[in-house]
Design a binder for this molecule. Structure first.
Ligand code: AP5
Ligand code: MG
Length: 243
């Protein structure tokens, strides 16, 4: 184990082949927060289906028009719509050679099965390392999730995520990076949060068993400080903790 850790520190993270990394977790678990660290450290893109959908809503595309009212109710948008949107993003970004982070996908059993097939085809074209995703489930207690979601603010310019209770900006309401006025997500109000958490329990939580049965599930305690969660994620990706 020590030898593996020593080797890992000699490897340049920007050259590692990560493959598909799935971050599973309830709304507010820290998928977006951790994705940003992983993306910077390994030089692979964060692909957040929630962010892609919100971008479509902002631009008023066909997808955005259909998704808007569903997202405002805290429900999941149809599988096929997200799958098509995701495949387009993976294939046209030009930045997925060594891997990508799936933040918020899959979220239903049907999406997980679709992804299995998709990665099988991708591995034929891009190499065997892609065949099985690394799945990291970030678990956080219910009350903590509520505070994280009600306290979340984000920067509309650079996407940085803050929290008025846990990770406040240096100057209230302004982004530390670029001074933009921070915004609150439309679905971060209490009644929509409660619907999102119900949708998670009903439709997404069963995926942990799906990936456990395949032997690809790693669980990380997301109730720890952000950098401790990051260290646990890095341990899985670098120190041979990967299954
Ligand atoms: P999406 O955007 O994916 O939202 P979500 O899953 O509800 O997750 P969040 O973004 O709310 O939480 P997060 O885990 O990213 O937490 P974060 O890092 O921000 O989806 C939105 C909607 O789009 C869905 O409801 C659905 O309608 C639709 N959709 C998306 N994907 C779909 C799919 N595949 N299929 C169908 N529909 C789909 O952190 C939260 C807060 O906590 C922040 O303030 C942060 O600063 C703070 N925080 C993070 N880590 C810590 C820590 N360790 N300690 C203290 N505070 C922390
Ligand atoms: Mg998120």
């Amino acid at each position: 184990m020590q030898a593996e850790a020593a080797v890992a520190t000699l490897v340049d993270p920007q050259t590692l082949m990560i493959g598909a990394l799935i971050l599973l977790g309830a709304p507010g678990a820290g998928k977006g927060t951790q994705s940003k660290f992983v993306s910077t450290r390994y030089g692979i893109p964060q692909i957040s289906t929630g962010d892609l959908l919100r971008e479509n809503v902002r631009k008023g595309t066909q997808i955005g028009i259909q998704a808007k009212s569903i997202m405002e109710k805290g429900q999941l948008v149809p599988d096929e719509m997200v799958e098509d949107m995701l495949a387009r993003r993976i294939e046209t970004g030009g930045d997925t050679d060594r891997g990508f982070i799936l933040d918020g996908f899959p979220r239903t059993l049907a999406q997980a099965k679709w992804l299995d097939e998709y990665l099988k085809k991708w591995s034929v074209r891009h190499g065997q390392a892609w065949a099985a995703p690394v799945v990291i489930s970030i678990t956080v207690g219910y009350n903590q999730l509520l505070r994280r979601l009600t306290g979340r603010r984000s920067c509309p310019t650079c996407g940085r995520i803050y929290n008025i209770y846990f990770q406040p900006p240096r100057i209230a309401d302004l982004c530390d990076n670029d001074g933009s006025k921070l915004i609150t997500r439309r679905d971060d109000c209490e009644e929509v949060i409660s619907e999102r958490l119900k949708a998670y329990e009903r439709q997404t939580l069963p995926l942990t068993e799906y990936y456990r049965a395949k032997g690809s599930l790693h669980e990380v305690n997301g109730d720890q400080a952000t950098d401790e969660v990051t260290a646990a994620v890095m341990g899985i990706l670098e120190n041979g903790d990967r299954l």
